[in-house]
Design a protein. Structure first.
Length: 161
């Protein structure tokens, strides 16, 4: 096995590099990269339940709750029990959270420019990685259902995955 030929390592190291691009862009806004992702979802659709927000971000509530607590402490959002169903927690932006969107408008463009790739290339890569993620999630569900992974499939891809 060669580390540089492993898809998992390529995705992991690319993810770390992308997070590194965002760090200096988000520091002036008082956000970490995971907090920025939460805010992006809420800027697109405010007043989501905790579970809906988790679905968008592919995060469970145990991971999401500390992020939301920090964002709430910074004054960017509020968490409140749903009036119709107290089992649900609703997440809404504060006026400060709404206005933060204006300050963050340039972040995606600056991050894209820092990659050194054309926007069309980045868009294609995003679509391909999203398809891969969805395929993995679907295949993982079926493998969990079967309770085993076919050894022939495992060995066939061992050198590049």
């Amino acid at each position: 096995m060669n580390l540089e030929r492993q898809l998992c390592f390529a995705l992991y190291s690319a993810s770390r590099a992308m997070t590194g691009i965002y760090r200096p862009l988000l520091n002036p806004l008082g956000l970490t990269y995971p907090q920025y992702l939460v805010m992006m979802v809420l800027w697109q659709q405010d007043n989501l339940t905790l579970s809906d927000l988790g679905e968008h971000l592919k995060l469970d509530s145990g991971t999401l709750t500390p992020l939301l607590k920090r964002l709430e402490g910074s004054g960017f959002l509020r968490r409140e029990r749903d009036a119709d169903d107290e089992r649900k927690v609703r997440v809404t932006l504060t006026p400060e959270g709404v206005s933060l969107r204006n300050q963050a408008q340039g972040v995606p463009g600056l991050a894209a420019a820092t990659t050194g790739h054309e926007l069309t290339e980045l868009d294609d890569l995003t679509k391909r990685v999203t398809r891969l993620r969805n395929s993995i999630a679907e295949n993982l569900k079926s493998q969990i259902t079967k309770h085993h992974i076919n050894p022939d499939q495992r060995s066939k891809h061992a050198n590049t995955f």
